[in-house]
Write a protein that binds this ligand. Sequence first.
Ligand code: GLU
Length: 551
Amino acid sequence: MTDCKKIADLIFKDVDKTTEYYENLYPARDLPEGARVTRFAPSPTGYLHFGGLYASFASKLTAESTGGVFMLRIEDTDKKREVEDGVSGIVKGLEAFGVTPDEGVTGFDCENGKYGPYTQSHRREIYRTFAKKLMEEGKAYPCFCTPEDLDEIRAQQENEDIKGYYGSYAKCRDLTDEEIAEKIEKGVPFTVRLRSTGDIQRKIKFDDLIKGKIEMSENVNDVVILKADGIPTYHFAHAVDDHLMRTTHVVRGDEWIASVPLHLELFRALGFKPVKYAHIAPIMKEENGGKRKLSKRKDPEANVSYYIEKGYPEESVKEYMLTILNSNFEDWRRANKTEDITEFPFNLKKMSVSGALFDMVKLNDVSKNVISVMTAEKVYGLVTDWAKEYDKEIYSLFSENPEKAKAILNIDRENPKPRKDIACFDEVRQYVAFFYNSLYTPDFSLPEHINKADAVEILTKYKELYSQSDSKDDWFNKIKGLCTQCGYTPNVKEYKQNPDGFKGHVGDVSTVIRIAVTSRTNTPDLYYIMQILGKDEVLTRIDNAINSYKA
Ligand code: GLU
């Protein structure tokens, strides 16, 4: 009979607190009935993946809609895989799209909340205290197997269904106190393993909030809970942290489903109430008629910073994420056009079991809609903030003359049918280019059916009648008059009935003027464009066009 307490004291000489101490330090949260406490728990081993933002948003909505708390915990137990700026990339990515945690890590070495530290590398003594307790209760033991011993076990298990450290393979499970004490005294490195009570014949059942009822065999492996350097494994840290942080719902990638039997065993061994799980399938992308995971390696849009650099507003990304998070969101949106998304009854149970499909075209459409209903003032503010970092030229043009920029952005906006030209702020440069000579490259090419001589005639006459003080109606009436003078009809229908009777219709005349003034065939309202450009610029551009056609 081993004296577990003695062994635990020998191994955990440094531990001076009890698990009760931590239970009291992190009491049950004072939240309304049904409030859900969720977290995003990334490892800072690379950039923030869109799937991470997506899962965080699901966690945040779950917490928010129930009056709960959403935390950010950094799981940095694998220092070898950690990347520089990993934490700040995560924090910045969440912040950029408004998926800000209520509690937890807020930046490099900064955090807020009463359930911290929220960075695993700062929680070493907490894990050790709980590991000690397990050892005292005979539920954990030290293992002195070397990497070579473990390789040997793996080789022996090549043809076995169940792999790992269990049964007769678990050589250190039944060492005597004397053997253990001797090895410890000699300084033999050791890990700490869970003494599993699982039975492969027995099943565990759990109800995943996304995947539904799941039945799996119990865990039988004596998994490592503390590595040789005293750092916990993910599994052990998950149980300890989510218990002490009083997490109620763990929303995470479905690559962790296979570990649920072990996690439930750990919760039970530690005497914790288990959390509820919601396992999210990876985001998929269509390719060559098939589907594959949105990949860090292949897809630039897998990286959340892509959306920051391109300038997708928070509102667009959230709106888009909701369309793939809950399939009923789009119906809800049609019925509640102006409602804030926080009013949407988000439900984990309505998430895709097999993996939501990511679609850039859809994101752009959603974003165009979202931006089209913003006020010019708001778009101006967002574009300038973005451009400050990502397009210095637009930033200076916009901040030198805010009135002009807002007037440009206001064309065909704040009306029931706003134009939908801009999907992200990176596109603003192209959209506004013809308003700024420093961005504008004239190109007066005409459509095939309009010849240069006719264009010269239209533009020459237009110059004579153009007045900056005309109202929009006056201006349009003048254009109609111009049509008649030049052999075009102001009436499109009339042209269609008698195409041989005219050179063209009012659309063609406007096109000639539009090309002369903007070098484009499709623009927002031409009248307002000319109002913003001003008389001198309009007339200069028309002259340039005339000269180019005459050359
Ligand atoms: N650190 C783990 C990961 O990045 C977290 C999994 C979890 O959410 O529990 O995959």
